[in-house]
Design a protein around this ligand. Structure first.
Ligand SMILES: C[S@@+](CC[C@H](N)C(=O)[O-])C[C@H]1O[C@@H](n2cnc3c(N)ncnc32)[C@H](O)[C@@H]1O
Length: 201
C-alpha cells in the first residue's frame, strides 16, 4: 500500500478500508493506486490517525503500517517534503512509538496490527512494549538487502494469556521470557552465546 496506514473495518456489508498519510501527495498516489485496482477506500490526510480516534476506537480489525523507520537526526522527522517518507529520528522510532498506543486504542478485540520495522528499530524491544499492553507478536516476514534488514511484525491481543492469568491469578512466564521464547522459535538456527563461553541454540 502506498499510504502509511491502511485500516480495514468490517461493517455489515463487508470490509471498509481507510488509508491515511500525512503527505497529501502520498494520499493522491494512494487514491490512484486504489482506483487502478478497483478498490474503494476512504483516504484521509492526517497525522497518524489524528481526528479519527473516537470514530474508530475498538473497530479496526486489520491495521497495516509502513512507517518512516530510518534512523535520522530528530529534526528531520515530520519535515515537509519527501524526507518524511523515511525520517524516523533516533533509532528510527519517533513515528513508530507514536503509532503503538494509537493501535492499542483502535484495534478491535480480535484486531491485528502488521508493522514494517528495521533491525535498527529494535523489533524485540517493540514486541516487549506491546507485550506490556497485552499483545502477542510474531515476525511473519523478514527480508534483507545489502543495505537493510526488514521485518513485518504481527501483533494481536493475547487472549490465551489473559485467560490463563484469570484462571491462575498469574501468567507462568514473565513478558521478556515469553518474547525471548517467541523469537527463539522464529530463528531456530540462531546461536546464543553464554557468558561462560558455551553456546546454546
Ligand atoms: C516508508 S513510507 C511508506 C510509503 C508507503 N506507505 C509504502 O508502503 O510504500 C512512510 C510514509 O509515512 C508517511 N508519514 C510520515 N510521518 C507520518 C505521520 N506522522 N502520520 C502519517 N503519515 C506519516 C510518509 O508521508 C510516507 O508516505
Amino acid at each position: 500500500m502506498p499510504s502509511k496506514i491502511a485500516q480495514i473495518r468490517l461493517a455489515d456489508c463487508g470490509a471498509y478500508y481507510i488509508a491515511t498519510d500525512i503527505n497529501p501527495h502520498a494520499v493522491r498516489v494512494t487514491s490512484e493506486t486504489l482506483e487502478a485496482h478497483g478498490v474503494q477506500a476512504e483516504l484521509i490526510t492526517t497525522d497518524i490517525v489524528s481526528g479519527l480516534e473516537e470514530r474508530l476506537a475498538g473497530l479496526v480489525d486489520v491495521m497495516v503500517v509502513n512507517p518512516p523507520y530510518v534512523p535520522t537526526p530528530e529534526e528531520e522527522v515530520g519535515r515537509d517534503g519527501i524526507a518524511s517518507a523515511w525520517a524516523g529520528g533516533e533509532n528510527g522510532r519517533c513515528v513508530i512509538d507514536k503509532i503503538l498506543p494509537v493501535a492499542d486504542k483502535l484495534l478491535s478485540d480480535r484486531g491485528w496490527l502488521y508493522m514494517v520495522t528495521l533491525t535498527a528499530n529494535n523489533p524485540s524491544e517493540i514486541c516487549l512494549q506491546m507485550r506490556e499492553k497485552g499483545y502477542a507478536s510474531r515476525i511473519v516476514l523478514q527480508r534483507s538487502t545489502e543495505e537493510e534488514s526488514l521485518h513485518v511484525i504481527k501483533f494481536w491481543r493475547d487472549i490465551d494469556d489473559r485467560l490463563q492469568a484469570n484462571e491462575t491469578g498469574t501468567v507462568n512466564k514473565t513478558g521478556p521470557a515469553r518474547i525471548f521464547d517467541s523469537l527463539l522459535s522464529q530463528f531456530p538456527g540462531l546461536l546464543f552465546r553464554r557468558n561462560d563461553g558455551s553456546s546454546s541454540s
